[in-house]
Design a binder for this molecule. Structure first.
Ligand SMILES: Nc1ncnc2c1ncn2[C@@H]1O[C@H](COP(=O)(O)OP(=O)(O)OP(=O)(O)O)[C@@H](O)[C@H]1O
Ligand SMILES: [Mg+2]
Length: 274
């Protein structure tokens, strides 16, 4: 469990970027953090990953205090950034993934690399050079690199902002698969459709968490997104409009298959009532 308590943050010579942030993330949850540019999302992500030093407030991860156990916390939390090009060190995929595993024995390194490449559907590319991959594939390698370190918590800071739509979908599938495997994920995003992947969404505005919306509340609380300048995710918008027309689709999640099933059910009910 991640616990963020009374966290405030300012850079040297800046005003407060984060103001009294409080929330917790349960194991196995996917949390989306959304907010306009400059609202403090990345700063919050870097504080939780232990990359930026916490000065005010407390962050505990599985009862370890980030100000005391930074080394253990860095082993538990992996972070992936927006631009994979800025993170790649080696050209060879094996070198890239094994670099931070170099203290492990060779067979363990092989195991971890194989498993993590399979988790991001990139195993077939293992002998390719990184420069030959698309940006989306490079980002999947960056996710594999984090997974190979066996983290429990994964922070994704706008992982798909630079990636084409096909690559985005692949990464969305990876996020959902990782959730199924029990990883806890914080996805910082400015793409509203990624809200639909999350169990809960936090809206950050001017350094403050101004709203928390659970997945099942989105249909009734969508206006809060609009209020803070966040576009309503397309599928949610369709649901909202149908509801206004008196059609209340009973969907399990925001997947296309869930929509198809709900629409078929609705059409069958209508036919029967005619
Ligand atoms: N190293 C730094 N020194 C000073 N100010 C900074 C630094 N990094 C970020 N800031 C400022 O802190 C504020 C919050 O930045 P942050 O990157 O956390 O926001 P964000 O929500 O991730 O924005 P974006 O959507 O553009 O990624 C911005 O005003 C930014 O200019
Ligand atoms: Mg950012």
């Amino acid at each position: 469990m991640i616990n963020v308590e009374n966290v405030s943050f300012k850079y040297k010579n800046s005003d407060y970027i984060l103001k009294n942030i409080n929330f917790s993330v349960n194991d196995g949850e996917v949390i989306a953090i959304v907010g306009k540019n400059g609202s403090g999302k990345s700063t919050l992500g870097r504080l939780i990953a232990g990359i930026t030093k916490l000065k005010e407030g407390t962050i505990t991860i599985d009862d370890m205090n980030i100000s005391k156990d930074i080394k253990s916390i860095r082993e538990k939390v992996g972070i992936v950034f927006q631009n994979p090009e800025n993170q790649i060190i080696f050209n060879n995929i094996y070198d890239e993934l094994s670099f931070s595993l170099r203290n492990l024995d060779k067979s363990e390194i092989e195991n971890r690399i194989t498993t993590s490449l399979k988790q991001v559907d990139m195993f077939d590319f293992k002998d390719k050079d990184l420069y030959a991959l698309s940006l989306g594939q490079k980002q999947r390698i960056m996710i594999a690199e984090i997974l190979a370190k066996n983290p429990k918590y994964i922070i994704l800071d706008e992982p798909t902002t630079m990636i084409d739509s096909y690559g985005k979908e692949k990464i969305h599938d990876i996020i959902l698969n990782l959730k199924q495997k029990g990883y806890t994920i914080i996805c910082i995003t400015n793409l509203s459709d990624e809200i639909l992947l999350a169990d809960r969404t936090f809206i950050l505005n001017n350094g403050e968490i101004v709203a928390e919306i659970k997945k099942q509340e989105l249909i009734n609380k969508y206006a809060i997104l609009e209020k803070y300048g966040i576009k309503i995710p397309t599928l949610l918008n369709i649901l909202v409009n149908l509801k206004k027309e008196g059609i209340d689709l009973d969907i399990e999640d925001f997947s296309v298959s869930s929509f198809t099933t709900a629409i078929k059910k609705e059409l069958n009910t209508e036919r029967k009532s005619i």
